[in-house]
Write a protein that binds this ligand. Structure first.
Ligand code: SF4
Length: 196
């Protein structure tokens, strides 16, 4: 009988299952034991997925400070144990060698990015924000009064050169703080990525 490599592997798999079942092994029990072994010695930490504002519940299994397994939280009202592919890939994201973990800067005209400290990054952002705010500040604006048809000058006090873009990971409390932050700086353009 001619048999391909794939066919051979399929047949051997079937034979193993057949033998196992014949010996009284219950595949469901084997699967449950495999799962128990996988998470053995780990700490289960309930958490929330950070990838989008869906806020699905997750169970993270951490051993020796490392995430070894994750799954949807069956008791969470949003996702009832399910997870979308983005969340299911979270472990790879956390440990990816391509993950950027430190601030980087590409100097004007430079080809490469250089690593900088958080202090330097925050100082640079604050300095730039002040610079742009001062340069684009609008204290008043002439607006036509709809009733009288006459132009009137109104105090507006806004930094027209800065916009704030929120993220899908932002929750209600963070959104509140972001809008407060924008009001303090006089930033009128406060958007959310989901609307773009
Ligand atoms: S990314 Fe997926 S799992 Fe995470 S909160 Fe959004 S829908 Fe839920």
């Amino acid at each position: 009988m001619d048999i391909s490599r794939r066919g051979f592997l399929k047949l051997s798999g079937l034979s193993v299952v057949a033998v196992a079942t014949g010996l009284g092994l219950n595949p469901e029990v084997v699967e449950a034991k495999g799962y128990a072994l996988k998470i053995e010695g780990s700490k289960k930490i309930p958490s929330i997925c950070h990838f989008c504002s869906g806020g699905c519940g997750m169970l993270l299994y951490v051993k020796d400070g490392k995430l070894i397994h994750l799954e949807g939280d069956p008791d969470h009202p949003t996702n009832a144990g399910t997870l979308c592919p983005k969340a299911a890939s979270l472990r790879s994201v956390a440990y990816s060698s391509a993950r950027v973990t430190k601030p980087k800067r590409r100097a004007p005209g430079a080809k490469d990015w250089e690593e900088i400290s958080w202090d330097e990054a925050l100082d640079r952002v604050a300095k730039k924000a002040k610079e742009v705010r001062d340069a684009s500040w609008k204290a008043s604006e002439s607006i036509v009064n709809a009733k009288t048809g006459q132009s009137e000058v109104f105090e507006v006090n806004r930094a027209e050169g800065i916009a704030f873009l929120g993220s899908a990971e932002v929750d209600n409390e963070e959104s509140y703080l972001i809008s407060k932050f924008c009001r303090v700086l006089g930033i009128p353009y406060n958007e959310h990525q989901a609307r773009i």
